[in-house]
Design a binder for this molecule. Structure first.
Ligand SMILES: [Zn+2]
Length: 353
């Protein structure tokens, strides 16, 4: 099937529940129904429950949605399909707010939908940042109510950290002597958080929560970094004009964050700041996965999992041999060898979060 481009075209290709279910059935049984229990090929559709086939041989019932992220949910298949399409095709990321307006669903529903769909995507966020890490603060305008620059407009302080990587290898940058220039670098993962003030206690707490002990911290030398133990501090005392040079990657993150915030939310509401920062970091940390297909998001591509985060950064996944542990409903093994959340039981990282 050719991948439709616009949401309208996509909706035309999947106009209703029947079209979505037919797609799932074709995807699951390209050569016709096969019973996962007895291997029989004879079946009929159950009248009382939609999209369930009953094997003529052993009577086992098989749902066409089994093994997908939307198995046993109450939302229509069309909403899942369209949401997955939007998440897969928006290179700049799509917010729960946008999802809710585009699909005419409530914000809460959209948020939950996005959370579930994301579980099929790789998760680079489970570990602390490490190696050489730039840390800095910035200010964001926020608004109360509808006014973006009225008397209620204000600023909120955001602290951020981003890994510095070697551009050639994509691996963590090796620490150099204090004050040395880092050339030919690229950014790795980032973390962002709103903090009440620039006081040392808030800054230290953020660093301890997000950066591995022993890492090298490149900062602007703000006095609040003093007294932070367990890290190698490499302050770059610079004039305001040149701050983007030694701290180029965190400034890049901040500038993208601001641009995205304004473009996506038309200014920020303070109560949304945490969700917003989380969403931005989520997108940023998965920027190598923009081509994750809508089928992957729906959990239909378990046998063709995309390269994992660990493969891309060229490191062993430290949890590769872990028995996957998951909160929430008990996993059900399905006919397709996939879990209901869409993650493959054999492929390495995707869905591990
Ligand atoms: Zn059977």
């Amino acid at each position: 099937m050719r991948k439709p481009r616009s949401l309208a075209a996509f909706q035309k290709a999947f106009p209703d529940e029947a079209a979505c279910a037919a797609f799932l059935a074709r995807r699951r049984w390209p050569k016709g129904f096969i019973c996962p229990e007895c291997g029989g090929g004879q079946a009929h559709e159950l009248k009382s429950r939609a999209w369930v086939w009953v094997c003529a041989g052993c009577r086992r019932q098989t749902s066409v949605t089994a093994g997908t992220v939307f198995h046993r949910t109450k939302l229509p298949l069309t909403v899942w399909f369209w949401a997955a399409h939007l998440m897969a095709t928006h290179s700049n990321g799509i917010s729960a707010l946008q999802l809710s307006s585009q699909l005419s669903i409530t914000y809460k529903t959209a948020w939950l939908l996005a959370q579930k769909l994301r579980r099929s995507m790789p998760d680079p966020d489970r570990e602390l940042l490490e190696g050489v890490v730039e840390v800095d603060q910035t200010e964001l305008p926020y608004r109360d109510g509808q006014k973006s620059n009225g008397p209620n407009a204000g600023k909120i302080i955001v602290i951020g950290a981003v890994e510095v990587r070697d551009r050639k290898t994509g691996k963590a940058q090796k620490p150099k002597r204090i004050g040395a220039k880092y050339l030919d670098t690229m950014s790795g993962r980032c973390r962002l958080q709103a903090i009440p003030s620039n006081e040392a206690k808030h800054i230290h707490a953020f660093i301890r929560r997000t950066v591995k002990a022993g890492s090298t911290l490149i900062t602007d030398g703000h006095p609040s970094y003093n007294g932070l133990t367990g890290y190698r501090h490499d302050p770059r005392v610079v004039g305001k004009m040149a701050a983007h040079i030694p701290l180029q990657w965190i400034h890049r993150v901040f500038s993208l964050m601001k641009r995205w915030g304004l473009g996506t939310y038309h200014g920020l509401r303070r109560k949304h700041i945490d969700t917003y920062l989380e969403e931005f970091a989520f997108r940023y940390n998965r920027r190598y996965y923009r081509r994750v297909s809508f089928e992957t998001i729906l959990g239909l591509s378990a046998r063709h999992a995309p390269a994992s985060y660990w493969q891309i950064i060229g490191r062993e996944n430290p949890r590769k041999d872990d028995v996957p542990v998951r909160r929430g409903p008990r996993r059900r093994k399905t006919a397709m060898g996939m879990r209901p959340d869409g993650a493959s039981s054999v492929s390495p990282a995707p869905g591990a979060g």
